[in-house]
Design a protein around this ligand. Structure first.
Ligand SMILES: [Ca+2]
Ligand SMILES: [Ca+2]
Ligand SMILES: [Ca+2]
Length: 397
């Protein structure tokens, strides 16, 4: 048998699991079921990892370390363009992959403000670029926002300088914000937002404020994916049969592939020596031999693999063809020369050299002679014998 053409680096074949890993798998099964059945929504409150106000009045100044921030419109009567915007960045990496985000609410506690007039809403916009930081953000390098507002709130502070000013909670919870949270949690895990208002001025406590309960919060309610914490290794299923037989030189190799799933859904299948991966040339359908293709699926709790065996065999004899036909006439008195023949095999190619020829034609002696030809390939498959009849006659003497 031809050795398995497994190149260096081919992973070890694991056709059966050890007792130890089987026990782990059973443990995983028993823990996984109840968790999956009772997936309870989880609520987290995130504080910004960065928050900073910027203002057009002081376009080079950074306010990121202050204990408060403000949002205010462009106020033409003030003589100075004093628009203020605030950027907030949240780290979503604590939300497990594939979680179902049920809701998201942004909250900021205001402690002062003024209603200049017009549209007094404080709008929340999505900021796609997370590369800013509170230590270096200024009006001149602030990132752009994208799309329509994802939320808004409206807080009323009338006359300034009347003390004490009441605290009010700015809060917005929208479906768009929730889907934004989900998308960011599945991609770069960072969510940047901008607060701005075209009409009113409001002042808030920042993430540097000593009383944590007054700091801005992003409240996220989510359902973790089933069995996120612990689950058995994937189940692997081969498409097609585990042992395949190909007729050498006649059937091309086509990998039927394999599928895998675990309790959280489909799992990618890696292939080794399938002919379509980087780990080996794959079965050669034009050369007899036994070839192995390995499939493997992994999750954080284990891997499962299976091997498909492909037997490329040759049971078909070569095709034999005579030059000059099966019935020939030769004029007596000279050496008879065989006009030749060809034997071609689908697997081994031209096997003319191994054709067995038996029989003798005496070109100097009248008579009927037979020559028999038999083509055989390297696998030992013989074509039916072909006989040529040669009539020698008309001797010159
Ligand atoms: Ca800050
Ligand atoms: Ca982001
Ligand atoms: Ca053959």
């Amino acid at each position: 048998m031809i050795p398995l053409p497994l190149p260096f680096g081919f992973p070890s074949l694991r056709l059966s699991r050890s007792k130890d890993s089987l026990a782990k798998m059973l443990l995983a099964v028993s823990l996984c079921g109840p968790l999956a059945a009772n997936a309870t929504p989880i609520t987290v409150e995130l504080e910004p990892i960065d928050d900073a106000m910027v203002t057009s009045a002081m376009p080079w100044t950074n306010y990121g370390s202050q204990t408060g921030f403000a949002v205010s419109p462009v106020w033409p009567m003030a003589g100075v363009d004093s628009s203020r915007e605030t950027f907030l960045k949240f780290d979503l990496s604590g939300i497990p992959q594939n979680s179902q985000v049920l809701s998201a609410r942004l909250r900021a506690t205001a402690h002062d403000g003024f209603a200049y007039g017009g549209d007094g809403n404080v709008y929340t916009h999505f900021v796609p670029d997370d590369s800013w930081s509170e230590g270096s953000l200024i009006w001149l390098n602030k990132p752009a926002v994208s799309g329509a507002p994802v939320g808004s709130w409206w807080l009323w502070y009338d006359v300034r300088h009347v003390q004490p000013r009441p605290e009010q909670l700015g809060s917005t919870e929208t479906v768009v914000l929730a889907s934004l949270v989900r998308y960011q949690a599945e991609t770069d895990n960072l969510l940047s937002l901008r607060l701005s208002s075209p009409g009113y001025e409001t002042f808030y406590y920042a993430s540097e404020y000593p009383d944590a309960s007054k700091r801005p919060k992003l409240e996220i309610r989510y359902e973790p994916p089933a069995c996120e914490l612990i689950r058995p290794p994937p189940t692997l299923t081969l498409r097609g049969s585990q042992e395949m037989i190909l007729q050498c030189g006649m059937s091309p190799w086509q990998d039927p592939g394999a599928t895998a799933t675990d309790d959280c859904g489909p799992v990618a299948v890696e292939r080794f020596n399938s002919g379509a991966d980087a780990y080996g040339p794959g079965p050669n359908a034009n050369a007899e031999g036994t070839y192995a293709v390995q499939y493997m699926a992994r999750n954080p709790y284990g891997d499962t693999s299976a091997v498909r065996t492909i037997l490329v065999e040759d049971t078909v004899p070569p095709m034999f063809q005579l030059n000059g036909g099966t019935e020939l006439h030769h004029t007596c008195g000279s050496q008879w020369v065989d006009p030749g023949f060809v034997a071609l095999d689908a697997c081994y190619g031209n096997v003319t050299q191994s054709v067995q020829v038996s029989g003798y034609v005496n070109g100097w002696s009248p008579g009927t002679y037979t020559v028999t030809y038999q083509a055989t390939d390297s696998a030992g498959n013989s074509a039916l014998p072909v006989t040529r009849t040669v009539h020698v006659a008309n001797c010159p003497w």
